[in-house]
Write a protein that binds this ligand. Structure first.
Ligand code: LLP
Length: 420
């Protein structure tokens, strides 16, 4: 990302790819493939970069658990003072199990069920980011039944068009399911004002994901701050503004969000408004910290085309096929002197959409060799599935010279657990 003080999380030592100070090949041998590997030092460095960039304002980094919810990663972030942006009862469970205190948890999502709301109220989380009038009504009803006061913010749809690489990750314009339309937001706060079991504490906006330009954030923030100041003058006791996540990283050498520049836009505005700031970075904290190690099973030539068939596929990493996501792929061992060929890197799954890369020029790998797919720490494992009877892969964490398994590979028994 912009504040890249380190050279990168996966250096080459004598031509061999390493994670921290551990050879990637060694990790693959120890834990098997396909294998997710994370460098926790890199995650800490990214969190620190946010912390120092935003130091000028009272802020909470509510890590977006959906990017990567592994307990060990959540614990590492919790130790740095991060909270959690959750989107389901399952993520609440994860965040609490990892020890993240409830006063650092915010809950977004358009479809919160009664059970999820009740569970979050029971935990007494910091705030619900409410996405509709009916949700606010439901929240009030459940809070009343439980005899508690629910803290909430309205997630406003600011109708800002932020450029994201894929339409699926745009959320800040009026044609998406997210947030409350601009024109209805005020009504909602007013409706809640006199209600004993509701307490408005914040206002929330999230404009999309993988955004590298600070401008749409500033634009959305200005709109929301205007509204916040009107609301406060009408007696709504707002304490924080949550500007969501979506800070873009570099997948293939292109520019990433410059976090210092972003902070330069955000910090003065928010501190002038006298509000606390919540940020919900997901990808920016963990994306670059992960690689997927996968072994070449076959190199297959079909007429003109060359396919490198590996032991991972869309069940482990769906970003290439679902969003057209680009991920660098490289040989883990020394490949200098190899001839470069144009290949498709594909998985074993029975779908034409099962690929990591199409028409990629790379030194031609050999059967049995190990490849690393880069920048998969976010939305990699967390979107993995059991499709085609695949076992979800193992995850390992490296901290300097140490490595450990933070999730074991699934077994066939895991595959049928819960079935009659
Ligand atoms: N806050 C809210 C309300 C969100 O909806 C999201 C992501 C985030 C924070 C964190 O966004 P981040 O900082 O990680 O970009 N699976 C897609 C990304 C979906 C993002 C969904 N919401 C991908 O692989 O690109």
């Amino acid at each position: 990302m912009g504040a890249s003080l380190l050279t990168g999380p996966f250096p080459r030592v004598e031509g061999e790819l390493h994670c921290g100070q551990v050879a990637a090949e060694e990790l693959a041998v120890r834990y098997g493939t396909p294998l997710y590997v994370y460098d926790v030092g890199w995650i800490r460095a990214q969190a620190e970069a946010f912390r120092s960039a935003f130091a000028g304002v009272d802020h909470l980094l509510a890590y977006s658990v959906k990017a990567n919810g592994n307990l060990s990663i959540l614990r590492a972030l919790n130790n740095l003072g991060c909270g959690a942006d959750i989107t389901s009862g399952g993520e609440l469970f994860r965040a609490r199990r990892a020890g993240i205190p409830p006063e650092r948890i915010v809950f977004a999502g358009v479809g919160k069920t009664r059970e999820e709301i009740a569970a979050a109220l029971k935990e007494d989380i910091l705030a619900f980011n409410v996405e509709s009038r009916s949700e606010l009504e439901r929240l009030e009803e459940i809070a009343r039944e439980m005899g508690v006061r629910a803290r909430f913010g309205v997630r406003v749809n600011p109708d800002v068009h932020a450029l994201t690489p894929h339409a699926y990750t745009r959320t800040g314009h009026s044609q998406t399911k997210f947030g409350v339309p601009w024109s209805e937001t005020r009504d909602l706060y007013e409706w809640a004002l006199g209600r004993e079991h509701l307490q408005a504490v914040g206002i929330d906006v999230h404009i999309g994901s993988q955004i590298v330009d600070p401008a749409p954030y500033a634009q959305a923030l200005d709109r929301v701050l205007d509204l916040a100041s009107e609301l406060r003058s009408e007696g709504v006791p707002l304490d924080f503004i949550d500007i969501g996540g979506g800070y873009g990283i570099s997948y293939g050498g292109e520019p990433a969000m410059d976090v210092r520049q972003l902070a330069g836009e955000i910090v003065p505005r928010v501190s002038e408004a006298g509000l606390r700031l919540i940020l919900e970075p997901g990808r920016a904290l963990v994306g670059e910290a992960g690689i997927l190690l996968t072994r070449v099973q076959y190199v297959k030539r079909n007429g003109e085309k060359t396919f490198v068939v590996v032991d991972g596929g869309m069940s482990e990493l769906i970003r290439p096929s679902h969003y057209g996501g680009y991920h660098e792929i490289e040989g883990v061992g020394v490949t200098a002197g190899r001839s470069v060929e144009r290949v498709d890197v594909v998985g074993p799954i029975c779908e034409t959409g099962d690929f990591f890369a199409l028409d990629r020029d790379m030194p031609l790998p050999k059967q049995g060799e190990l490849l690393a797919v880069r920048t998969v720490g976010a939305y990699g494992f967390s979107m993995a599935s059991n499709y085609n009877g695949r076992l979800r892969p193992a995850e390992a964490l490296v901290d300097g010279t140490d490595s450990r398994l933070i999730r074991r590979r699934e077994t066939f028994e895991d595959l049928i657990r819960g079935e009659e």
